[in-house]
Design a binder for this molecule. Sequence first.
Ligand SMILES: Cc1cc2nc3c(=O)[nH]c(=O)nc-3n(C[C@H](O)[C@H](O)[C@H](O)COP(=O)(O)O)c2cc1C
Length: 179
Amino acid sequence: MTLQEIVAARRSCRRFTDQQPSREVIEQILAEALTAPSSKNTRSTRYIVVTDPAKLKIMSQMRDYGSALLSGTPVGIIVCGDTQASDLWEVNCAISTTILQLAAEEHGLGSCWVHIKDRPHLKDDPSAGTAEQWLTENLPIIPEGWSPLCVVAVGYPEVPAKPHAPKDDSDKVLWIDQM
Ligand SMILES: Cc1cc2nc3c(=O)[nH]c(=O)nc-3n(C[C@H](O)[C@H](O)[C@H](O)COP(=O)(O)O)c2cc1C
């Protein structure tokens, strides 16, 4: 697949088959994500690969909206930043996650970004704390000094993704040409 084909094909995938991606293919995707550009080449992004269905089920409960898909997902990759390694660890994580999703697509896998950072555990009750706090209390697997940005759900898509609908994005790009 060309990059153009990969970019065109990538859609968020929230339903997966029971087929478990091999460790080899996940390692290949992570190797590609680890080449991501990073501020001052700090390479501050860290990954926690979760394949245990019981732990994925706990992760699915970190928010009361938008994270349920993690239950039944074959692989959940928690994308974290080493907060000491870079002041721009969040930005570095976001770039790494994008590359990870494109690499997954190249290998025939679907993926979906499930956000953690600054998201509430309960949408309508800020007093219930954040998704990150809930996860730290209920699933203490994130090493000290690593802060999570998101989880990427990864697996083989249950149904082929619909292509992006054509849109008029002319208001999103500004050209400054010489007059
Ligand atoms: C920063 C960010 C946070 C997201 N958080 C979630 C999420 O928590 N749950 C979810 O199901 N999808 C999440 N998504 C996926 C978006 O909903 C999805 O990318 C968007 O609707 C566009 O659809 P597409 O990915 O199929 O092009 C997130 C995407 C991004 C980039």
